[in-house]
Design a binder for this molecule. Structure first.
Ligand SMILES: [Zn+2]
Length: 301
């Protein structure tokens, strides 16, 4: 250290230490004082085992909480992409939850001059929480929607829109999740129409548009399913079941996968004489495809 200048002797440091070591920024005290050991986790600088143990426990706990939160987030994203709704509604939901929607606040940051206030009430900042739930228009929208959401019973409990969407997704029936997404997207489209086209429709009309859009999508999905050719079985109908060789058991599995209710799998085990040794059936979630269900039956223990 250069005593008079109160600076590090960088030339000497670079000579002695490796480059990554020489980058350590250790502050130099302004006044002369004797060097001493100081543990910065304690106010008085004194090291105590009890405090160190406490710090370690807090650190470990927070790491496990982060990991749990990350797992839960990952599941939410998987669930989002499985929602049966028009692709643009899913895409919108993803952008909303990833904070990638262009809001006035963000446009202002980019130098585009807009009032940051909500274009309907001019009372609050146009945030995703305000547009999605808090504005009078959003409250009325959700109330007249098929979900009949009252603000005091659901919309305002969660401070963050992400938490609210997650809660909704968990609590509504799987086939209604798509409708929820479509409604949420329509709410934002209505806001954009007001801002960019100066068009405003009554709340009931916006809800109706959204329900019709979802209905059309749902019907199109149904028609698509009916049109889809039925897969021909791989095994020829003439192929007869044969007994297994001596001392070998044969296991056959099959699955039934209806589109609207839970399906089922069955397993039968026969010996070399064709005598049934074991038989079992089980209900399975209707979300499984036929080949997944058969694989499920084969691995069923
Ligand atoms: Zn508003």
């Amino acid at each position: 250290m250069l005593e008079e200048e109160k600076e590090w002797n960088t030339y000497l440091i670079n000579q002695i230490f490796l480059p990554f070591e020489a980058q350590l920024h250790i502050p130099i005290p302004r006044f002369d004082q004797v060097d001493c050991f100081y543990w910065k986790k304690a106010r008085d600088g004194e090291f105590r085992v009890k405090l160190a143990y406490h710090k370690l426990r807090v650190q470990t706990r927070s790491q496990s909480e982060i990991s749990k939160r990350e797992q839960s987030e990952e599941q939410t994203w998987k669930d989002v992409w499985r929602i049966r709704t028009p692709p643009r509604a899913v895409n919108f939901l993803w952008r909303l939850l990833h904070k990638s929607l262009l809001k006035k606040k963000n446009l202002n940051k980019r130098g585009i001059n807009f009032s940051p206030l909500c274009p309907r009430c001019w009372e609050d900042t146009e945030s995703k929480e305000h547009i999605s739930r808090e504005c009078w228009f959003a409250r009325k929208f959700w109330f007249v929607s098929p979900f009949i959401l009252r603000s005091e019973t659901g919309i305002e409990i969660f401070p963050d829109v992400k938490e609210w969407v997650k809660e909704m997704m968990e609590n509504i029936q799987s086939e209604k999740r798509g409708l929820f997404c479509t409604l949420l997207q329509q709410l934002w489209r209505a806001k954009n129409s007001l801002v960019f086209e100066e068009k405003s429709a009554p709340t009931e009309e916006e809800v109706q548009k959204s329900c019709m859009c979802f209905d059309e999508f749902w019907k199109a999905q149904m028609i698509e399913k009916i049109k889809r050719p039925i897969e021909k079985p791989q095994i020829s109908v003439n192929q007869k079941w044969k007994c297994p060789p001596t001392n070998i058991m044969k296991i056959n599995v099959d699955a039934v996968v209806p589109h609207d209710i839970n399906g089922g799998v069955g397993v039968v085990i026969r010996d070399e004489m064709g005598i049934i040794m074991a038989l079992a059936t089980k209900e399975i979630p209707y979300l499984l495809e036929a080949h997944e269900a058969e694989a499920y039956a084969a691995f069923w223990d």
